[in-house]
Design a protein around this ligand. Structure first.
Ligand SMILES: C[S@@+](CC[C@H](N)C(=O)[O-])C[C@H]1O[C@@H](n2cnc3c(N)ncnc32)[C@H](O)[C@@H]1O
Length: 211
């Protein structure tokens, strides 16, 4: 499992390495741009101003929202990722914190219109994902939504097929979210999955209604 030092080392080359895998339409980043584009469009359709990005990295998605005038909060444990994101978003509120411990106290009392996380929550086990998503639900405004984009699958079988196809590259230390595993923990009308590529998709989670 890549720790904060691993992400510090990856920070400078991160955008380029994502682009290369994405262009090859290969695991793990096939569909990366489409995942971010679709989350961006979903947020634009909400009546939202205040966004929290969990594991924002170099800030590829957050930057677009920042440039549109959204108020951006973010949590990431890599100082080098934070530094790169801060250069592009000087007025954003970035907190260095390990989200496997939940949310930092600096965010206490705040509510967000949208909470996003792309290619980061696979660092949590399934049990941790469920608890963390429940914690995030409590931080949403009434009509807010959580959008999770990641290496992700609708079924366990699809994950197994992908793992077989990418046997040599597969990262055994990452826990990719699978809709049929997570769905029993949330009410059906508030939780949905949209496949975007053969190895990526977007989960949407709301308090009351589908975003
Ligand atoms: C693969 S990058 C994704 C970056 C960005 N969201 C994107 O879509 O390109 C994962 C990011 O999550 C951060 N991250 C991973 N595990 C974390 C943890 N436990 N706590 C805080 N940040 C974490 C890493 O530092 C890194 O910036």
């Amino acid at each position: 499992m890549r720790d904060e030092k691993g992400f510090d080392q990856w920070a400078d080359g991160y955008d380029q390495s994502v682009r290369q895998t994405e262009e090859a339409d290969a695991y793990p980043f096939a569909g990366y741009g489409a995942v971010l584009d679709q989350i961006y469009e979903k947020i634009c359709r909400l009546d939202s101003r205040c966004i929290l990005d969990i594991g924002f990295g170099t800030g590829t998605l957050a930057k677009r929202l920042y440039q549109d005038g959204y108020e951006i909060y973010g949590v990431d444990f890599s100082s080098n990722m934070i530094e790169l994101a801060r250069q592009a978003m000087p007025r954003a509120h970035f907190i260095r914190y390990d989200f496997s411990r939940g949310l930092p106290k600096e965010l206490d009392g705040l509510a967000f219109d949208a909470i996003v996380s792309t290619y980061a929550l696979h660092h949590l086990s399934d049990g941790q994902k469920v608890s963390f998503l429940q914690e995030l639900l409590n931080r949403l405004t009434e009509k807010g939504a959580i959008f999770i984009g990641d290496v992700a699958f609708e079924t366990k079988q699809q994950l197994c097929d992908c793992k077989k196809r990418y046997e040599r590259e597969w990262d055994e230390e990452e826990f990719y979210p699978v809709f049929e595993r997570l769905a029993p923990h949330f009410s059906a009308e508030c939780f949905s999955f949209l496949p975007v590529s053969h190895c990526a998709g977007i989960f949407t989670l709301t308090k009351n209604q589908t975003a």
